[in-house]
Design a protein around this ligand. Structure first.
Ligand SMILES: *[C@@H]1O[C@H](CO)[C@@H](O)[C@H](O)[C@H]1NC(C)=O
Ligand SMILES: *[C@@H]1O[C@H](CO)[C@@H](O)[C@H](O)[C@H]1NC(C)=O
Ligand SMILES: *[C@@H]1O[C@H](CO)[C@@H](O)[C@H](O)[C@H]1NC(C)=O
Ligand SMILES: *[C@@H]1O[C@H](CO)[C@@H](O)[C@H](O)[C@H]1NC(C)=O
Ligand SMILES: *[C@@H]1O[C@H](CO)[C@@H](O)[C@H](O)[C@H]1NC(C)=O
Ligand SMILES: *[C@@H]1O[C@H](CO)[C@@H](O)[C@H](O)[C@H]1NC(C)=O
Ligand SMILES: *[C@@H]1O[C@H](CO)[C@@H](O)[C@H](O)[C@H]1NC(C)=O
Ligand SMILES: *[C@@H]1O[C@H](CO)[C@@H](O)[C@H](O)[C@H]1NC(C)=O
Length: 400
């Protein structure tokens, strides 16, 4: 029993230190927030879970805005490099870090062995995403204004992380948009910890004026052997513009997965690696109502923007809408999708106003979850213990 207690202490310590990270750039909200700024640790790298809307939205950093001229530039059709780290001192911006310069090449978290930080290895990273809202006033941005436009499925793995910007991104209103970094890591290392960091951004070198489609709630449709689903169910995917995951908070969730089956920025939710090239109002000719039994697949308007298997054909799309060219029609498509599917989330993807209290976090389901999969905890613990042996570690990583 004592041994178990000690083990679970070790596990929970690891659980706390493993895998904290954020994007770092002067364009971000909360760039200079330290461990002391708030009454709790609300550094940009602090994980977000079971928080109120004001606490998780932009990481609670709306009161700590960047300078108006600090804007992350996103050249359409190009790749950008962002810095992702567990401490500001590990980035190019160490000068304003309380702990000074602790950079170590591509190391996300100097002082913490990478293999521990990233749980079980490169095959266990779960991807991160950048989202954009085409609004220049942050006070007016709502959760469903965000669309994920770029995914790096091997994130978080290296400090310097590349993101591909879709070629057809239109320019921002007043030459300013709001962006955010989103990340949920593997359940092997505390999957319920999720991350959001907002920043000012703008699209440069734009060559298109077609707007983004209304973003929809992503659906779990990829192969998921760990949860008894060996094969992908392409008809169940959300196609086109997709919202970030708002998960495991007290308020305003759009995802309701349990603690040990977190949503990920991977094929599991139809987030392909790289630029999300199918997020525009004219990307699809038709998008059938997704569902577990849907066999018809969407038809892309621009061949080559591959988001759909090539077996998709117009003739098979008996349930497809006539044309989802305008964002309003794609909205109604998904509205019916959401209400007709018993397994879809209670919060409608198309609801434009954000009703803070309706999609409240369910404490019961979390309690159910934490009592259930003790097996999973043991499994995770075993992995950690094995790694600890391998690394002959003598001390736990401490916040810098
Ligand atoms: C952050 O701190 C640095 C160093 O003190 C300062 O130069 C910079 O203006 C600050 N940025 C913001 C957004 O407050
Ligand atoms: C951007 O990165 C992707 C993935 O690494 C690569 O395939 C593509 O060629 C790069 N694009 C440019 C413009 O460099
Ligand atoms: C931003 O939006 C808020 C809320 O709508 C408004 O009060 C404020 O005046 C706006 N700021 C600017 C610069 O337009
Ligand atoms: C993800 O980031 C890594 C590290 O910068 C980079 O090598 C890779 O090409 C990126 N992937 C995509 C799809 O951009
Ligand atoms: C973007 O456009 C500017 C001005 O037209 C040009 O100087 C620059 O090289 C372009 N940048 C990229 C990354 O294409
Ligand atoms: C379909 O997607 C929903 C919503 O994400 C999910 O709850 C359900 O498990 C998925 N079903 C299948 C068979 O993929
Ligand atoms: C999908 O098909 C199965 C088996 O026919 C059925 O039990 C289930 O209710 C169907 N689900 C939906 C959402 O239509
Ligand atoms: C949410 O609930 C709180 C407390 O019950 C209440 O004060 C607030 O007005 C509600 N907000 C909305 C948008 O209904």
């Amino acid at each position: 029993m004592l041994a178990l207690l000690i083990l679970s202490f070790i596990f929970s310590s690891l659980h706390l230190v493993a895998g904290h990270a954020s994007i770092w750039h002067p364009s971000m909200f909360g760039f200079n927030v330290t461990q002391q700024t708030f009454s709790y640790d609300n550094r940009p790298v602090a994980p977000l879970m079971a928080m109120t809307f004001d606490q998780w939205w932009f990481h609670g950093h709306l009161g700590y805005p960047p300078h108006p001229t600090d804007v992350f530039e996103l050249p359409a059709g190009q790749n950008v490099t962002a810095e992702v780290a567990c401490d500001k001192g590990a980035t190019s911006y160490y000068a304003s870090s309380p702990g000074g310069n602790v950079q170590n090449g591509d190391d996300v978290c100097p002082g913490s062995p990478m293999s521990e930080y990233h749980t079980t290895g490169l095959d266990d990273v779960k991807g991160c995403g950048l989202a954009i809202a085409y609004k220049s006033n942050v006070s007016e941005v709502q959760p469903d204004d965000f669309t994920i436009f770029s995914i790096n499925q091997t994130c978080v793995w290296t400090r310097f992380t590349d993101f591909s910007v879709p070629e057809r991104m239109p320019p921002c209103p007043n030459d300013m948009c709001l962006c955010a970094f989103f990340w949920i890591h593997s359940q092997d290392s505390g999957g319920e910890q999720n991350y959001m960091n907002g920043f000012q951004c703008r699209i440069t070198n734009s060559t298109s004026n077609v707007g983004l489609a209304t973003s929809q709630v992503p659906r779990r449709c990829g192969a998921d052997p760990a949860n008894g689903k060996p094969d992908a169910v392409p008809g169940n995917c959300t196609y086109g513009a997709k919202q970030p995951f708002y998960w495991y908070q007290q308020q305003d969730n759009n995802m309701f997965e349990g603690t040990y089956s977190p949503p990920f920025y991977t094929d599991l939710y139809n987030f392909k690696d790289g630029a999300q090239n199918d997020i525009f109002q004219d990307s699809y000719v038709s998008i059938p109502v997704p569902g577990p039994n849907q066999t018809a697949l969407p038809v892309l308007a621009v061949p080559g923007n591959a988001a759909v298997p090539s077996s998709a054909s117009a003739s098979s799309s008996t349930t497809s809408t006539s044309s989802a060219v305008h964002s309003s029609s794609s909205t109604s498509t998904s509205a019916s999708t959401t209400s007709s599917s018993p397994s879809s989330s209670p919060s409608s993807a198309s609801q434009k106003t954000c009703s803070r209290n309706t999609s409240a976090f369910s404490r019961r389901s979390v309690a159910d979850d934490s009592s259930k999969p003790f097996k999973h905890r043991l499994f995770a613990m075993t992995k950690h213990s094995r790694k600890l042996d391998m690394q002959r570690r003598s001390s736990l990583w401490r916040p810098l």
